[in-house]
Design a protein around this ligand. Structure first.
Ligand code: F6R
Length: 364
């Protein structure tokens, strides 16, 4: 049941800390802070390429996974929407690995992509939340997100659990390949292990996100911007807002603004920016400043390090805990989900069962 929560989605949002902790503990030993990779159907040292395929939010988790694996394990990675993979017909190397990401393990397009990749000789690893699902059965190997049942149609805790698994895999691959020095591994696993506590703090005090939601609920169109591993989280924020509140929202890579979307900027279109401190901060902040100079109302998620610079031109700055840039996409996923939730509640839409959507899409 929903317990004391108004919606399953609210309950599931509040399960983030526990789910993230449970999932991370499967792959990282809290005492030694070392990643312990599960048995894999391919050798991460020899694998020539990884092909991700998934749908919806799971695809966006895969996109973050691509940034992580490329960064710390130096393996070439592709990430495709499952329904597009078959038409793209990419050349696949002998002994390549395919990673299918799915909460349900039953999504028809992802299952079709799995079968295609398998026929083409790829070693199949599925990242699923349901151990006895079709995808788990048809894969050479499976790693589990430990999110528990997710009832709300919009994915919340399963999405962040997917991120936790993919971050752990990236670090494990990097360690195996010797591209991630032990000190760096220890630093990044420590950062990951702190995420559940940060998530709990964020959920405890979401008054600012509720205030932001009141403004977003008035808008007809909303833009979400991010760079690097925060770009897929911008896409996730837009997807969640659309599906839950029926407000038109788009996510863009911050650097793409000047190539078209900046034409949309006016005071009626809130710009939600995901802009934590780190190597990409200055670039993102300057894109935001350009939008502000054209009358855009910038609502930024950042941390205490980034806040002062953004306050010079942003209308609202929501300060999240300061974390290593590696884990920032996990932490930023939570407020964008919360924002969509609060906007939906304010608009009175059916939060747990948005119109036209199904929890598991078992037809192509
Ligand atoms: C968005 C959402 C969907 C799913 C997608 C894939 O909030 O929940 O986009 O992520 O339908 O579903 P799974 O993960 O079951 O394959």
């Amino acid at each position: 049941g929903k317990g004391n929560y108004r919606h399953f989605m609210e309950k599931e949002l509040h399960e983030h800390p526990v789910v993230l902790g449970d999932t991370l503990r499967q792959y990282i030993d809290p005492a030694s802070r070392a990643v312990a990779l599960p048995a894999l159907p391919f050798d991460p040292v020899a694998v020539p390429k990884i092909s991700f395929s998934a749908c919806g939010s799971a695809y966006l988790a895969a996109q973050v996974g691509r940034y992580w694996i490329e960064q710390v394990a130096r393996i070439p990675v592709d990430a495709d929407i499952a329904s597009e993979l078959r038409y793209r017909d990419p050349p696949l190397p002998e002994g390549g690995a395919a990673l299918l990401v799915s909460q349900s393990g039953e999504t028809a397009d992802t299952l079709a992509a799995l079968r295609l990749l398998r026929e083409r000789g790829q070693r199949i690893l599925s990242v699923v939340n349901v151990a006895e699902s079709s995808m788990a059965r048809e894969s050479h190997g499976t790693v589990l997100t430990v999110a528990g049942p997710e009832i709300g149609v919009a994915s919340t805790k399963a999405f962040t659990a997917q991120l936790a698994v993919l971050a752990s895999l990236a670090l494990g691959f990097g360690r195996a390949r010797g591209t991630l020095p032990a000190t760096e591994e220890a630093r990044l696993t420590a950062a990951l292990l702190e995420v559940p506590a940060h998530a709990a703090a964020l959920l405890e005090d979401s008054a600012e996100i509720l205030e932001l939601a009141r403004e977003v609920a008035q808008a007809r169109d909303v833009l979400f911007l991010g760079r690097g591993s925060l770009y897929p989280i911008a896409l996730e924020g837009a997807l969640k807002l659309k599906e839950l509140s029926y407000i038109h929202a788009e996510g863009y890579a911050a650097g793409e603004m000047k190539h078209g979307p900046i034409a949309l900027i006016d005071p009626t279109v809130p710009v939600i920016a995901l802009c934590p401190s780190g190597p990409l901060f200055e670039k993102t902040a300057s894109n935001l400043q350009e939008a502000a100079a054209r009358g855009g109302r910038i609502m930024a998620f950042t941390d205490a390090v980034g806040a002062p610079a953004l306050r010079r031109f942003a209308e609202r700055v929501v300060v999240l805990p300061t974390v290593d840039p590696f884990v920032a996409p996990i932490l930023h996923a939570i407020p964008v989900q919360l924002l969509a939730y609060h906007v939906a509640v304010l608009k009175g839409t059916d939060v747990d069962q948005p119109r036209n959507l199904a929890k598991a899409v078992t037809v192509e």
